[in-house]
Write a protein that binds this ligand. Structure first.
Ligand SMILES: NC(=O)c1ccc[n+]([C@@H]2O[C@H](COP(=O)([O-])OP(=O)(O)OC[C@H]3O[C@@H](n4cnc5c(N)ncnc54)[C@H](O)[C@@H]3O)[C@@H](O)[C@H]2O)c1
Length: 257
């Protein structure tokens, strides 16, 4: 079992894998986990090698430790290969953050089967694949924390976003199932952010009307990615040791369960 000190937020001696970590929320999470002392595996698509290198350098410059690992998390051989190399390079994975995601805005009746599969593959199947690859080691060591990034849209539903909302609701269900199956040694929780200032919330991915509507929440602003990073740090650390199967909502009040 990794060393513990008196700071319940310390991740000293732990290894974390963050998927889709070169931008937005994943990047903010990687920085927070590294800042708390974890060795961080930065997963990225092959075409993001440069951004990954920059992030690894930024973490090293701040006195932390990170390394980059290219893998498309929708592909089982890539995921299994990545997990093996991370464990050889940085050590057994104690913390897995399933963050990689894509969004698609399209009327339901215009969705093709491949549209549906693309979103469900990244936003839900990849979570299954990464959990499936990392959990055997966590079970053997009887230690681990898994954090799945869902979305407030998984609760709310939204016209034009059926595959995304479906996948994110699925992530919350998967989180609860795994939390029950692997407790008490391994904790599985989720985060369902509200709108966050990232590339996903830009006109490349969404129409201006929808982006404007996203701000119609009590906080009257988008989150900074670091606000999700802080929630992930809490769930990764011993500070959240009594949290099992929960979906935390840094959402500016968009959902009040
Ligand atoms: N931005 C928001 O408002 C918001 C709100 C709620 C939830 N989320 C969720 O947060 C997570 C991060 O999104 P973000 O807002 O930072 O957007 P982002 O586009 O900056 O990050 C998504 C990352 O996932 C990576 N990725 C996509 N497909 C991949 C694959 N097959 N293999 C490996 N990496 C892959 C992308 O390259 C990118 O780096 C996503 O799961 C998203 O659904 C975002």
């Amino acid at each position: 079992m990794p060393q513990q000190n008196n700071n319940p937020f310390s991740l000293t001696g732990r290894t974390a894998l963050v998927t889709g970590a070169t931008s937005g929320i994943g990047r903010a999470i990687a920085l927070r986990l590294a800042g708390a002392g974890a060795r961080v595996a930065i997963n990225h698509l092959p075409q993001q090698a440069e951004a990954a290198m920059d992030l690894v350098a930024e973490i090293a410059a701040a006195g932390g430790k990170a390394a980059q690992f290219a893998a498309d998390v929708t592909r089982s051989p890539d995921v299994r290969g990545m997990v093996a190399v991370v464990e050889q390079t940085l050590g057994p994975i104690d913390i897995l953050v399933n963050n990689a995601g894509v969004i698609l805005e399209k009327p339901f009746l215009e969705l093709s089967e491949s549209d549906w599969d693309r979103v469900l593959n990244v936003d839900l199947r990849a979570v299954f694949l990464c959990c499936h690859a990392v959990l055997p080691g966590m079970v053997a060591r009887q230690f681990g924390s898994i954090i799945n990034i869902a979305s407030d849209l998984g609760y709310l539903g939204r016209e034009l976003y059926a595959p995304y909302c479906t996948a994110k609701a699925g992530v919350m269900g998967l989180t609860r199932s795994l939390a029950k199956e692997f407790a008490p040694a391994i904790r599985v929780n989720a985060i369902a952010p509200g709108p966050v200032e990232t590339a996903m919330l830009s006109t490349e991915a969404m129409s201006p009307e929808w982006i404007a509507k996203e701000k119609d929440i009590p906080a009257d602003r988008f989150a900074d990615p670091d606000e999700i990073g802080l929630t992930a740090l809490f769930l990764a650390s011993n500070a959240s040791r009594f949290y099992y199967g929960q979906t935390l909502g840094p959402n500016g009040g968009s959902v009040m369960p």
